[in-house]
Design a binder for this molecule. Sequence first.
Ligand SMILES: [Zn+2]
Ligand SMILES: [Zn+2]
Length: 368
Amino acid sequence: MTTRPTGKLAYLSEPERVEMREYEVPEPDPGAVLTEVEQANVCGSELHIWRGHHPEVKEGVLGHEVLCRVSELGAGVETDYAGEPIAAGDLIAPAYYVTCQRCHSCQRGQFNLCQNAYENWSKPPEEPPHFHGTFATHYVVHPDQYFYKVPEGLDPSIAAGANCALSQMLYGLDEIGVEYGDTVVVQGAGGLGLNTVAIAQERGAETIVIEGIDGRIDRARAFGADHVIDFREYDTVEARAERVRELTGGVGADVGVEVAGVPDAFAEGIDLVRDGGRYLEVGNVSPGQTTEFDPGSLTRAALTIEAVVRYQPWYLKRALRFLERNAEKYPYEDLVDARFDLEDVDEALAESDSRGVTRAALRPTTPE
Ligand SMILES: [Zn+2]
Ligand SMILES: [Zn+2]
């Protein structure tokens, strides 16, 4: 038996404590794919996990946003999940969760809600196949974990963000419905908000972004937001709601999208949307944080509210297609504004947490 190479991974043993561990790189099981990590990004939800705020993932191998290069295919794997032939050396983007096909959610076709989505992600690193997260030199794509070949010519650094924010917002905006001529108010211009602006514009909608941090306002403008409401200037709920009405012929937006991740933003959001409008909740992901809410206003305005978590896994294919068509049109290349070696994962997390950087990328140092 030939000896296998070893690889490294970043293991979160308790909140804000990360250890680098080294393990032998396993042969892929039937149906699985062994990959090398090209680039992993530090996402907002990674920071929730790192701080210990994620309801399900408390420890384990960090990382979910990723672009990988296939190194070995497990028995039976010949194509990606769209039927494209796949071989060692190909770049792929995997969904960051599995869809077990057997739980009550999968049985209803709600694969984004798979009850076993994080089964592998939360495993301790000593348990094979070790490489459960993407802050690592290697990553194992499991059976029942959707993955897609990355289109030729798409900048790998841009493609690394496809499997999280972009896929989720493509799914979310399909669920809530954004039509030509709609006005969409977007609360927050982080990664989710900027992707919302790009998608809404591609659908012929007019966009209004509410944000209060200079760098984020600049990026919202660079992504083509039609209007920006600076909440340092419009510093009350009433002032912001009034400004939205001014920009929408006095009626309010057709669609509201909460991607600020702040409970109060949700309560405010329903005041920004017209009677009979639609409101999408995405940003608040930590249970237990609450806000005052006026259900009477909701009823009087007869709003439709929908919340989404993750995405139906085939939206990742659409996200790659979206980037293939639009990566030059929107400044996607500027979204990652800091690069770190994998070994410096602590620094990458701390700087992302202090908002010194917007999107940090981790890259394993060139393997031997
Ligand atoms: Zn993410
Ligand atoms: Zn399932």
